[in-house]
Design a protein around this ligand. Structure first.
Ligand code: NOJ
Length: 516
């Protein structure tokens, strides 16, 4: 096994509840994943990142963790996770899990103990409990807002308030407390000892807070995000990862400032961070070029994940950029255009150096489901914003595997926990397999060629007309036409094209080629 396997890896984000259901309850599970491991090996991925698989009341789809050392009964058992890790390793697939250190579920034993204990107790000191403001303490300690909407504080019966940067069911840990630090270091070891190869760190910039809990004022340092003291935590985690060797720490950090983001990947901290500026970027050659040039190193390339509108839909809108804080499902979507661009984007992404992330369903060309009936929506964002923000359910709809109607082989008993569009009959694994024009075969071919020809070596830009991106790697050139007119095809043997080429040896708009 070579060192730093993660550097050039293709990493598949597996959203457990929507991948495959073997227990017939309409919710994906580990048994479903085990049955489909050969599919992932055949797709050509090097690693799977599992979104949280722990016991959870699911107030935030599993990001409200009740026990960091177990598996949710709805997904399986710890023994089954061990087997899965082993089976994946036999197929040369690494396993990355999701650790959520900023908060836990309100059902976690520590939080339950904190609720049962008195103000000022050691149990409460693991969280951010504070007396309220106002004459009778019935106003929150400050005006911080929850990222999911509404105030970031909830009052408990004895009058104290606790901080939750996300849903009220997700109390924030107090990372100034050494007990919290020790607990998470122990959790890392627990999973590394079970053979897990990497950790995706949820909300990684938010962990430490200014203990004075000051109001947020423009110009002053942010008291609850990207504070300098958060880095010390990751230095400690890196030491643990290094003790085991060959493990990867990946930070989920949404920071617009490239220099601040780069601080997390200093040599003694995290190995990589997700490159969200690439995901947010509009389908525009100049903007993409800049984002690619500014990418954190080692680079990661992310087009979609379980928190954002699927890129087939994003690229089919008039505004092709994405803003996590301003999801907009009111724009019309041209799915044909979006799919054409998503195919070209896949070739661009997979031609870039270092690691690439594939969110489950990207390889099938799934789009954002924007018409989920309100009564079936699950995302706390939708609920907490009173529907103003449509939330993230539309990118979490269960995968279509086979057959011509829902549930498309996702489950053979239950009703999928979110409804699948009937049009997905043309996007099932079964339907796309063997069709050279399908998204699935494009991904399979691109991942195979990428593995054979592309490593982690550098890229250079080749001269190209306005609106065209031309990337050179050691054995391959990738040319993407983002302009509105056809351009000349590059010389060389064409290895792969994202769509039909012009009869006159031209590269049509929104099309990419790989040339040897
Ligand atoms: C980021 C995760 O990706 C998202 O799904 C979750 O809601 C928040 N962190 C809170 O854990």
């Amino acid at each position: 096994m070579h060192d730093e396997w993660w550097r050039g890896a293709a990493i598949y984000e597996l959203y457990v509840q929507s991948f495959a259901d073997a227990s017939k309850d309409g919710i994906g599970d580990l048994a479903g994943v085990r049955q489909r491991l050969p599919y992932l090996a055949d797709l050509g991925v090097d690693a799977i990142w599992f979104t949280p698989w722990y016991p959870s009341p699911m107030a935030d789809a599993g990001y409200d963790v009740a026990d960091f050392r177990d598996i949710a009964p709805r997904f399986g058992t710890l023994a089954e996770a061990d087997t899965l890790i082993e089976e994946a390793h036999q197929l040369n697939i690494k396993i990355i899990i999701d650790i959520v250190p900023n908060h836990c579920s309100d059902q976690h034993v520590w939080f339950q103990a904190a609720l049962a204990a008195a103000p000022g107790s050691a149990e409460r000191a693991r969280f951010w409990f504070r007396p309220g403001k106002g004459p009778d303490g019935n106003e929150p300690p400050n005006h911080w807002q929850s990222i999911f909407g509404g105030p970031a504080w909830r009052q408990v019966p004895d009058g104290e308030w606790y901080l939750h940067l996300f849903a009220p069911e997700q109390p924030d840990f107090n990372w100034a407390n050494p007990e919290v630090r020790r607990e998470f270091e122990d959790i890392l070891r627990f999973w590394f000892d079970r053979g897990v190869d990497g950790i995706r760190i949820d909300s990684a910039a938010l962990l430490t807070k200014d203990p004075e809990l000051p109001e947020i004022t423009e110009g002053a340092p942010d008291p609850h995000s990207d504070r300098d003291d958060v880095h010390e935590i990751y230095r400690g985690w890196r030491k643990i990862a290094d003790e085991y060797g060959n493990k990867v720490l990946i930070g989920e950090i949404w920071l617009p400032d490239a220099a601040r983001l780069a601080r997390y990947t200093r040599p003694d901290e995290l190995h990589t961070v997700f490159n969200f500026p690439y995901l947010n970027c509009p389908w525009d050659a100049a903007a993409l070029k800049k984002v690619i040039d500014d990418a954190p190193t080692p680079a990661t390339w992310v087009l979609s994940n379980h928190d954002v509108d699927r890129h087939v839909s994003r690229y089919g809108r008039a505004d092709t950029s994405f803003d996590l804080q301003a999801r907009d499902h009111s724009q019309p979507v041209d799915l044909v255009l979006g799919t054409r661009r998503a195919r070209a984007a896949a070739l661009l992404t997979m031609a870039l150096p270092d690691a690439v992330y594939i969110y489950q369903g990207d390889e099938l060309g799934l789009w954002e489901v924007e018409d989920i009936p309100d009564e079936l929506r699950q995302d706390p964002i939708w609920k907490r914003t009173g529907g103003k923000d449509p939330g993230r359910d539309g990118c979490r709809v269960p995968l279509p595997w086979s057959g011509v109607e829902p549930p498309f082989g996702f489950t053979d008993g239950g009703r999928p926990w979110l409804p699948q569009p009937k049009e997905w009959r043309d996007l099932t694994v079964e339907h796309e397999s063997g069709d050279p024009e399908s998204m699935l075969e494009l991904y399979r071919a691109a991942l195979r060629i990428r593995r054979e020809l592309l490593g982690t070596g550098p890229m250079t830009w080749l001269p190209s007309p306005d609106g065209v991106l031309a990337v050179a790697r050691e054995h391959l050139r990738c040319v993407v036409n983002l302009s509105a007119a056809p351009v000349e095809l590059p010389d060389g043997t064409i290895l792969l094209a994202s769509g039909p080429l012009g009869a006159d040896a031209t590269l049509p708009p929104d099309t990419a080629v790989w040339v040897h």
